[in-house]
Every structure is written in C-alpha cells, then in structure tokens.
Design a protein. Structure first.
Length: 139
C-alpha cells in the first residue's frame, strides 16, 4: 500500500496533498505532545506557572485533549470541531510559554529556544486553521 492510498483509506475523503501534509503535521504535533503529558508528567508539571491551580490535573487534562484533538482531526465529520479545540488549546497554553520566558533560569533550555516557541506557536495556529477549517477538496 503506497502513501497516497493509505492517506485515502485513513482519512476516508479527498483532501489535497498539501492539506494532508498539514493535517499530518498537526496530528503528529498533538499526538506526540499528548503522549508526553503522560510519559513525562513531572517535566510537564514543572513548566506550569505557579498561578495555575492543580498543575498535575492541568497537565493530564490538556494531554487528554491533545490526544482527542489529534484523533479528531482524522475524522472528516468532526475535523473542524477538533481543529477549533486544538486552536483554543494552543492559545490556552500561552501562559506556559510566557512563564518560561519570564523565568528562564528555572529551565534547562537556551533563551533563544524559549523565544523561538512564540513564532512556532503562531505558525502552528495558522496551520491548524488552514488544515482543519477549510472545505474538503472534492477530487
């Protein structure tokens, strides 16, 4: 089975090749990220700003929704709703990025990498919107 036939079998509807690439990137970003919330829970909890209550619950709930959103974008009938959810979830984690920039000494990352996350987040928001909110391509 080649890549394109897998693409059609998995998504069950025609999408452009570019949209498929976008959906794949969004899926992998959130699927891997969601898994990390459970596989590296302590690390994820350590970046939650102190003013957010119940950091462990925040990490586990956001990880669950990352996984559900990743799976949701694969289902054409709920793709747009899942995309909206992932868009809002991406906005909701912005305080984590800001906290890490405000307190870089707490994290073992170069400051440039913390700054780079902001434009990556903007690009991710655009990719989510572009790949999940557009009408399906009719082949």
């Amino acid at each position: 089975m080649n890549f394109l036939s897998l693409h059609h079998a998995f998504l069950k509807r025609q999408v452009s090749k570019r949209q498929f690439v976008g959906l794949s990137i969004v899926f992998l970003w959130f699927f891997i990220g969601g898994i990390m919330h459970f596989a590296a829970t302590d690390t994820e909890v350590s970046i939650v700003p102190p003013y957010i209550p119940w950091p462990l619950a925040a990490v586990l709930v956001s990880g669950f929704f990352e996984l559900m959103g990743a799976v949701g974008i694969l289902i054409p009938s709920i793709r747009k709703a899942a995309g909206v959810g992932l868009f809002l979830l991406t906005l909701a984690v912005t305080p984590v990025h800001i906290f890490m920039l405000q307190r870089p000494e707490l994290f073992h990352l170069p400051v440039w990498a913390l700054w780079l996350r902001l434009p990556i987040q903007v690009a991710l928001l655009a990719l989510i919107q572009w790949s999940t909110w557009r009408p399906q391509h009719r082949g």
